[in-house]
Design a protein around this ligand. Structure first.
Ligand code: GLC
Length: 780
């Protein structure tokens, strides 16, 4: 396809290489990140994911060698050969990633009855695809693959094939589902303890085969579009994520209340039913911040309308709920009902806002409202219109928007390939826009809410592409009330986090099918540690609100929802860390223990930030489990305070009300008092729950505080408190420094709960201060 190398030319950070048959560009983005680009469909690189690409000025060297062009940065050596074959080494000459030099050779499917097997309904004999754009890499020994967004299966993707094509498929999600709602064409490879990432920025249907069709290679390819991929070196996974989010953006700080517990169900209507819920939460002493209204609140499923019979006075209802501490989030789907006289439809038709068929006629398919049209979100004009419409919801007092069905879903068969989108003037068909439809819808929603409220928008989306983390949080769509889906949610959320989507969650209790008391008890234990903590269910399923079963199940829900509220400042700190580093909240163990190979395939434990290890129970009837504690640290059982050395497997008894949780020795965890909802109590004193380090050592923790809702933090209006805990023979010394002091409502005091030993001294800004101890808690 490319032929032999003829010449190259360098301009700033770009190296233009001319092959016999094609010109390509290699661009040094930073010494760790290199872009490889060949204009197969379009001349320019028109990324939907990378906005305002930041190029780091750095020195690198380019030389023509006998057989290759050699590019050397401080971190990498890159060799480009004929046919645009690329080999990449680290700066010590260790191979990291090499192009495979032979043709792909799929394994042979043996058997004599593919037709017969198919007749019985089995899916057999699939051909391996050939792609217009394709890169095949040599499989090295000892490789592990992570990321790829929201996919079924396990944490390590080696040996599997996945498809990037946003898909709304209500059948139970099992390992044979190669595509779900989201497409994030990015993976991380770990090889001999060193990590790199590859981001294949192509929005067409793409495929990632991680050694399934042949264990000698792995490949990525797409049915159309450009060859446009970034190689992102670590060597730590953390650095790869830093690089990937340098390109596609980081999850911004959310409003504080979005971290509270959220209750949803398809069927919360009329308003009396919503009040019943609200009253139950408060009466039963179960904290809750958000109530979601699913499609039932709309007038005939017309977006941006309310059903005046079910919600006759919706503004007053939403307002009164707010007084009681409940925020209302409403669903908005993309499908606009075909209905003359309905203003959204009329405006859309008048201004040509809808996607069309190839002859320019607005394209119609079917979703909840019946015949519906699809706004062309790939067009800035349309996004502007959609974002202005958010005002309708915000004026009703709604606090956030839940975007659903934006793969886009369609009940009358898939959208044909030739449905056309304006794509900001570079007309594109459905094949190119499909995977970014939800991304652009979220962007429009985010921008609209931001403009109209001035606050950090809360948007939830089902479909997304790389980079959607800048605009929206995600949930994993229609799971089922299966133990298998609770189990799968752990690697799925870890991989979403490793793909930039750190604000994510699943439907707690499961969406379809009927939940059981035991399943809900275990799911809330896991959900308590998911950034988006929302219980949701399908209409006509069994109720599964916290009190829907027996009193024991209710008590377990209360216990873990309250634990969540205690941990709110810790989670908010993780969000702050994430906005600065790209690190997720739910982390696979190997993110912090890359040297410990025993962590590489742990699917049923995760780190919640770097201080808390959660090992949820994921099987029915199970009341004990094995837990691996990673090497290099000691771990303290949160419930019993027993201390364990890392680098070992232990057995933890876990009756139904116990989720195994371990705190890293040398942790300082900020806690809030439990509240019915965030903001109910003014937090005058922050509590620090301290798990002291080893004698003779010290640990530091930085806590972040701001107004919890506005963008003022971007102008520096926040506080940072640095706590140092030093363990000496006589006890521990705590030192507090307010290292950034711009937010007016600083804490008035601090409380310290030290697990295991005495406090001997507390210093504030280096000066010893008096403190009193009450019930084991030291107060300033
Ligand atoms: C889709 C969503 C689900 C929602 C339902 C009705 O199935 O994934 O969460 O409840 O539509 O709007």
């Amino acid at each position: 396809m490319f032929g032999k190398i003829k010449r190259f030319q360098q301009e700033d950070n770009k190296i233009f290489i001319e092959f016999e048959e094609k010109k390509v560009t290699v661009e040094v983005i930073t010494p760790f990140i290199i872009n490889f680009f060949a204009p197969i469909k379009r001349e320019q690189r028109l990324s939907k994911a990378v906005e305002n690409l930041k190029i780091q000025e750095c020195s690198f060297n380019v030389e023509m060698k006998k057989e290759s062009i050699e590019i050397t940065t401080d971190e990498l050596q890159i060799y480009i050969f004929d046919n645009f074959k690329v080999d990449i080494y680290d700066n010590e000459g260790n191979v990291l990633c090499q192009d495979y030099r032979y043709d792909r050779e799929p394994f042979v499917r043996r058997g004599n009855g593919a037709d017969l097997a198919a007749a019985e309904g089995h899916k057999v004999g699939e051909e391996s695809g050939k792609y217009t754009v394709e890169v095949v890499k040599k499989m090295e020994d000892d490789m592990f693959f992570y990321g790829l967004g929201e996919k079924t299966g396990h944490l390590n993707k080696k040996g599997y094939h996945y498809k990037m094509w946003n898909t709304d498929d209500p059948r139970p999600h099992v390992e044979s589902h190669e595509a779900l709602y989201k497409s994030i064409p990015f993976f991380i490879a770990l090889k001999q303890k060193k990590a790199f990432g590859i981001f294949f920025d192509n929005t067409f249907e793409s495929h990632f085969d991680m050694g399934k069709e042949n264990s000698d290679y792995y490949y990525f390819g797409a049915v159309d579009g450009n060859l446009d991929y970034y190689f992102i070196y670590g060597p730590s996974i953390k650095e790869v994520l830093g690089g990937y989010t340098h390109l596609t953006g980081k999850t911004p700080m959310p409003q504080l209340w979005t971290l509270g517990y959220q209750q949803s169900r398809w069927s919360y209507a009329p308003d009396s039913r919503v009040w019943e819920l609200a009253d139950n939460f408060r009466k039963r002493d179960i904290p809750c911040d958000v109530l979601h209204l699913d499609i039932d609140y709309m007038d005939g499923y017309r977006v941006f309308t309310w059903d005046n019979e079910k919600f006759p006075n919706h503004e007053a209802t939403v307002g009164k709920l707010k007084e009681k501490g409940f925020k209302v989030v409403t669903i908005i789907d993309p499908g606009v009902k075909k209905d003359k006289g309905y203003n959204i439809y009329d405006e859309g038709i008048k201004n040509n806002y809808f996607a069309t068929d190839k002859d320019g006629v607005p394209y119609v398919n079917k979703v909840w409202p019946g015949d519906s049209l699809y706004p062309d979100f790939a067009n800035e004009r349309v996004r502007k219109w959609w974002s202005e419409n958010q005002k309708i919801m915000m004026d009703s007092g709604v606090s956030g928007i839940w975007n659903d069905m934006n793969e886009p879903a369609s009940f009358n068969g898939p959208l044909p390939d030739d449905v056309m989108f304006n794509n900001d003037g570079v007309v594109a068909d459905h094949r190119e826009i499909h995977n970014v439809y939800g991304h652009y819808m979220s962007k429009a929603t985010y921008e609209g809410i931001k403009k109209c409220t001035g606050k950090r928008p809360f948007v939830i989306t089902r479909a997304c592409y790389a980079g959607t983390q800048k605009y929206s949080t995600v949930w994993t769509g229609d799971n089922q009330s299966f133990w298998e889906h609770l189990r799968m949610s752990v690697p799925m959320l870890m991989n979403l986090g490793l793909s930039g989507m750190s604000f994510c969650g699943t439907d707690v209790g499961g969406f379809s099918f009927d939940c059981t008391a035991e399943l809900l008890s275990r799911w809330v234990q896991m959900g308590c540690f998911t950034p988006l903590f929302r219980n949701h269910a399908c209409s006509n399923t069994r109720d599964h609100e916290p009190w829907a079963f027996d009193s024991a199940t209710e008590e377990i829900n209360r216990k873990y929802i309250k634990l969540r509220y205690k941990l709110i400042p810790y989670i908010y700190d993780l969000m702050w860390e994430g906005e600065n580093t790209g690190l997720p909240i739910i982390r696979p163990l190997m993110l912090h223990y890359q040297e410990d190979a025993k962590t590489y395939e742990i699917n049923d434990e995760f780190l919640f930030g770097k201080n808390i290890l959660v090992a949820p129970i994921l099987e029915q009837g199970k009341t004990a489990r094995m837990v691996y504690l990673p090497e290099g640290d000691c771990w303290i059982d949160y419930w019993t305070k027993e201390v364990f050395e890392g680098g070992q497997y232990i057995i933890k008894e876990a009756p139904l009300d116990v989720c195994p949780i371990y705190i890293k020795e040398g942790s300082i965890l900020p806690n809030y008092p439990v509240q019915n909802y965030i903001g109910e109590k003014e937090i005058e004193a922050l509590t620090l729950d301290i798990y002291p380090p080893k004698e003779g050592t010290e640990v530091k923790y930085v806590h972040y505080q701001d107004d919890g809702e506005s963008f003022e933090y971007q102008n520096g209006e926040f506080n940072l408190y640095e706590f140092t805990v030093r363990r000496e023979a006589k006890g521990i010394v705590i030192d507090i420094h307010n290292t950034h002091k711009k937010y007016r409502n600083a804490y008035k005091g601090f409380k310290f709960k030290v697990n295991g030993i005495q406090i001997s001294e507390i210093l504030v800004e280096g000066k010893s201060v008096n403190f009193s101890i009450k019930d084991g808690v030291a107060e300033l």
